[in-house]
Ligand binder design. Structure first.
Ligand code: SAH
Length: 255
């Protein structure tokens, strides 16, 4: 990682523009990064690509940047969303950070029967996503969606978007993990088999898993693609990173 700061800034970027920074950004550049006038930074806003800029003014309370040239054009990212049942705070932060690094376009908390998370602070998740996007060289930020109940998410779903349902369980209730019968197909096989070019999403359950009625609801939907992530039970944060990685390798921009 280079020491040169790379910042998301929600202002139009163009050559010659002067950008007045808000208090937080000014504090970060002047007091935390200790940048002096003339120091180079890189900027992106999710729309205009990535730009070179220099510190134009570095006061205690006010700072400004002057934008010089464009370094990279805005490019479309693969269209994949991540929905997950929020877990404990540190693991939820981890999911948001890793999903941002792995290129998710939207990250959405989903409330399921067995979700027992404290209140979900989407403002904190957005700050985590922004930091991860700055350091991972993305040209955009993922959208952080407001928490939604699973049945409402499914009722309002756009069927053109395939939903990869990470489902570890089989159908034999009395056996550990529900036995082998009715197990979902391995994720890679399921993704390689699909010809649809459309957009995708991934759904990860809570630490206690989805309950039987939720699994039934999900499997009844034509847009749902149930998949297995192999013969080990993964924690929700690991499952999210693993599923996104396989998706990027098979359908996304790792090719
Ligand atoms: N039902 C489990 C654990 C759930 S793990 C139990 O309590 O024993 C949390 C979530 O990660 C699951 O809901 C699922 O979406 C995903 N997951 C974990 N391991 C998986 C696997 N091997 N295959 C598919 N999904 C998995």
């Amino acid at each position: 990682m280079s020491a040169e700061p790379r910042l998301f800034i929600d202002q139009p970027l163009s050559g010659g523009a002067r950008l007045e920074l808000d208090r937080d950004a000014a504090h970060y550049l002047v007091n935390v990064m200790r940048l002096k006038p003339g120091a180079p930074v890189r900027l992106f806003n999710g729309r205009d690509g990535e730009w070179r800029a220099q510190v134009a003014e570095a006061g205690k309370r006010a700072a400004a940047l002057s934008v010089s040239e464009r370094l990279r054009a805005q490019a479309a990212s693969p269209d994949v969303h991540l929905y997950f049942a929020p877990v404990k705070r540190a693991r939820t932060d981890f999911i948001v950070e890793k999903a941002t690094e792995l290129g998710a376009g939207l990250i959405g908390p989903v409330m399921t029967r067995r979700t027992n998370a404290e209140r979900v602070r989407t403002d904190r998740l957005a700050a985590t996503a922004r930091e991860a996007a700055e350091q991972t060289e993305r040209l955009d930020l993922p959208v952080i969606a407001e928490p939604v109940a699973l049945d409402r998410l499914i009722a309002g779903w756009d069927p053109a978007r395939r939903l990869i349902f990470c489902d570890e369980a089989g159908e034999e209730g009395e056996k550990p993990w529900g036995g082998e019968a009715g197990r979902a197909r391995p994720i890679r096989e399921a993704l390689e088999d699909r010809r649809d070019e459309g957009p995708w999403a991934i759904l990860i359950g809570p630490e206690g898993g989805f309950d039987a009625s939720e699994r039934e609801l999900l499997r009844a939907q034509g847009f749902v693609v149930p998949v297995s992530l192999g013969p080990r039970i993964l924690r929700a944060d690991t499952a999210a990173a693993a599923a996104l990685s396989v998706w990027q390798a098979v359908r996304g921009d790792w090719g």
